[in-house]
Design a protein around this ligand. Structure first.
Ligand SMILES: [Fe+2]
Length: 178
């Protein structure tokens, strides 16, 4: 009798992508709102208002209501815990980092030209040849990409004179009451 064997993927990590609707209006409103909070940082890295931006769950829900609704369809009730923007000029980049153990990290591509490059995510384990596995999602301006917060991610030095700008927001899933 032939021996039987089974191979199946056991662990998986879901990425979610949403295309914002009514993007031109949303972009104007998002930029006007975000411009209230100056982005600061180091020339060799990037500029961000992560420490000063006071937008919260409710204020972001007013700016992108349909998209938050969709997130809640996908994840159940969510609680956005921080919101910020970040800009990357020529040569600027974000070194590898993660956002913590619990919940999800979203990136909304606010100013993004076709030659900009997206945030790159690292699989938390090597492949069976010991190599790192990277995921570089195809994105366009107005896209929102969501990944678990624990995934290490980074950006390559920008090759573009025009700044790339993103809005980041982290959220937790409401605990289900049994
Ligand atoms: Fe990040």
């Amino acid at each position: 009798m032939d021996l039987e064997y089974f191979v199946e993927p056991v662990f998986k990590i879901d990425f979610l992508k949403i295309k914002c609707n009514d993007w031109n209006n949303k972009k104007t409103n998002l930029k006007t709102t975000m411009d209230q909070f100056a982005e600061i940082g180091r020339k060799e890295y990037f500029y961000s208002n992560r420490d000063s931006c006071t937008l919260d769950h409710n204020s972001l829900s007013l700016l992108i209501p349909k998209e938050i609704e969709l997130l809640e369809k996908a994840y159940g009730k969510i609680n956005i815990t921080s919101v910020w923007s970040a800009s990357y000029g020529l040569g600027q980049y974000h070194p590898p980092h993660n956002h913590g153990a619990e919940g999800y990290a979203a990136i909304l591509y606010l100013d993004y030209l076709p030659d900009h490059s997206p945030t790159i995510y690292m699989q938390p384990w090597n492949d069976d040849m010991g190599k790192s596995v990277l995921f570089k999602p195809p994105v366009a301006e107005g896209d929102i990409v969501v990944a678990p917060k624990f995934i290490t991610h980074y950006t390559e030095p920008s090759k573009m004179q025009e700044a790339k700008r993103i809005i980041g927001f982290d959220f937790l899933i409401h605990k289900k009451v049994k």
